[in-house]
Design a protein around this ligand. Structure first.
Ligand code: HEC
Length: 198
């Protein structure tokens, strides 16, 4: 009788320990899967890095060089004039192609004082974000939004007047509502949208 009680305890303990062991393994696996999923902030940082690198190389290695050599000019009405798109328009155009893919990832340039209304904030979230990055350009303004039934992560990165030409061209543009841009001012933002499912 006594031995069977001892065996009973031994078996029960074994079953319990095995259960706890399996449970924590399953938990750890789920946790590591979760950790493997890249947070949307990081995805937005990746996308932003690519957009900015492409725009910079386009501006400095293509537009600047072709203009210096007198081969081609960048001009706002590049389609009509058979010219090169301005770097801002290069970003806007590639963003348009990305949106056409229809997988939910989007990006655009926006500003509180845009040359064109289509670059104005489209939502309250975008307006708040553009205001926030104008005050503190050290980090993007981020958050989750709903468009229809879909949930999206949005990140708005400051777009800075890195060259005098940025400020000069905007200040002189007949459509521009703002004419006092200076070097290093926040001129607007790059709005990146990433789908999060329903
Ligand atoms: C030669 C003129 C010119 C230069 C230089 C220029 N831009 Fe622009 N920028 C424009 C035009 C024109 C648009 C509107 C493009 C469109 O929507 O088709 C624009 C659009 C923008 C927008 C979107 C909001 C808006 O005003 O419509 C931002 C933000 C912006 N530019 C920032 C910059 C920055 C930063 C630089 C320098 C790195 C720069 N721009 C250099 C002409 C210029």
């Amino acid at each position: 009788m006594r031995t069977s009680v001892v065996w009973g305890i031994v078996i029960l303990t074994f079953v319990l320990l095995a259960g706890i062991g399996y449970g924590s393994l399953a938990f750890m696996m789920r946790k590591s899967e979760g950790m493997g999923a890249i947070p949307p902030e990081t995805v937005a940082d990746y996308v932003h890095a690519i957009i900015e690198a492409n725009r910079t190389v386009y501006a400095t290695e293509i537009v600047d060089k072709l203009q210096e050599k007198g081969i081609a000019e960048a001009a706002e009405h590049w389609r009509r004039e058979n010219a090169l798109p301005l770097p801002a328009q290069f970003l806007i155009e590639t963003g348009r192609l990305v949106a056409e893919k229809g997988n939910g990832v989007k990006y655009r340039l926006a500003s509180l004082t845009p040359i064109y209304v289509w670059n104005a904030p489209a939502t309250d979230f975008e307006r708040k974000g553009l205001e926030a990055i104008a005050k503190d350009p050290s980090k993007p303004y981020t958050g989750f939004v709903h468009i229809g039934r879909e949930r999206y992560f949005q990140a708005i990165y400051p777009d800075i007047a890195v060259a005098q030409a940025c400020a000069a061209c905007h200040n002189a543009h007949p459509n521009s509502p703002r004419r006092d841009f200076k070097l290093n001012d926040v001129m607007g933002g790059v709005v990146i949208t990433i789908p999060m499912g329903q």
